[in-house]
Design a protein around this ligand. Structure first.
Ligand code: SF4
Length: 307
């Protein structure tokens, strides 16, 4: 439980301090292990929401493959493959604002399929939940639920107007209420200011997620953010990671989509000073590194992979 007061002014001061000193400060909270997780995109389809970064939004003419909910056998195959690659958490991911009632029972079956595999903990990322859905997910044995705040509450209106930051926060609260672990993070480089990055760090500190996924925007053609290639540079990504870790010492920061915007050297620096988790394999709509490359990266830093 975090009790120490950390003000926005203090965190901003840290953000703007000497980079090496800042990374050394955040490194004080980092353990020697790295946790691997993986996911399957269990249903891909057009979504009613207008999140300006998203390939799956029906508001933008992007080139994506759509398909209905996959079968438990396909999940089983993906889980076994992930386990071979040292993955200890596996997530069922579906597109859309909220779980589709007609698919919800099928999603619960997929979660049960993940839970059958010893050594693998289940995770789901299926959108904004009702209280009844949160209850049913917990009853199904779901270990962890993923739902990002994406950006600061003060910037959310620039990213999406079809649902609110508060809607996202409400789902995070339901996840905790029903005793599931929470994975809740952000997408950096969507045009937010430094101050708003610090706000995100403090908002997450209040939410207290177990895991904080860090995505760095990979601009997608025909979305409103298609030209947002230079909204954050490598140094500012590292600075943001460091203040996130300092503000959230008990949460695991996890590299997710867009990590390849950092050089190999800066990825290593991040893993030594702030980041303790990696989403390995292919991400939702962008490609990551191969699991073997991630294993090699972690081993080159003399860190262990947590199983
Ligand atoms: S709610 Fe999810 S799937 Fe829908 S547009 Fe937003 S990010 Fe994409």
């Amino acid at each position: 439980m975090i009790t120490e007061t950390l003000t926005k002014e203090k965190l901003l001061e840290l953000y703007n301090s000497d980079l090496d000193t800042l990374l050394k400060e955040s490194a004080k909270y980092v353990k020697n292990g790295v946790e691997f997780c993986s996911l399957v995109n269990a249903r891909n389809g057009r979504c009613s929401q207008n999140c300006k970064y998203c390939a799956q939004s029906s508001h933008y003419n992007t080139d994506i493959e759509t398909y209905p909910l996959i079968k438990p056998e396909e999940v089983r195959k993906a889980v076994l493959e992930a386990k071979e690659n040292h993955v200890s958490r596996f997530s069922i991911v579906t597109s859309g604002k909220s779980p589709d009632e007609s698919d919800f029972g099928g999603i619960l079956d997929l979660i049960k399929e993940v839970n059958k595999e010893e050594g693998i903990k289940s995770c789901a990322s299926i959108g904004i939940l009702t209280e009844e859905q949160a209850k049913q997910l917990a009853e199904s044995g779901l270990v962890r639920f993923h739902h990002n705040i994406n950006t600061s509450s003060s910037y959310y209106g620039e990213v999406c107007t079809t649902h609110s930051w508060q809607d996202r926060l409400n789902t995070c609260r339901l996840v905790k209420k029903y005793g599931m672990e929470l994975c809740c993070g952000v997408i950096l480089g969507m045009g937010e200011t430094v101050e708003q990055r610090v706000e995100m760090a403090l908002e997450l500190r209040k939410i207290q997620p177990d895991s904080i996924p860090i995505n760095i925007l990979m601009p997608i053609k025909n979305t409103p953010f298609e030209n947002y290639h230079d909204k954050i540079d490598e140094e500012n990504i590292l600075r943001t990671l460091a203040v996130f870790k300092i503000a959230n010492p008990d949460s695991i920061l996890r590299f997710c989509g867009g990590r390849m915007r950092l050089s190999e050297e800066n990825q290593q620096k991040a893993l030594q000073s702030c980041v303790e988790g990696i989403l390995t394999g292919n991400y939702l709509t962008t490609t990551g590194k191969s699991p073997q490359e991630d294993i090699n990266l972690v081993k080159s830093l003399h860190k262990i992979i947590i199983r």
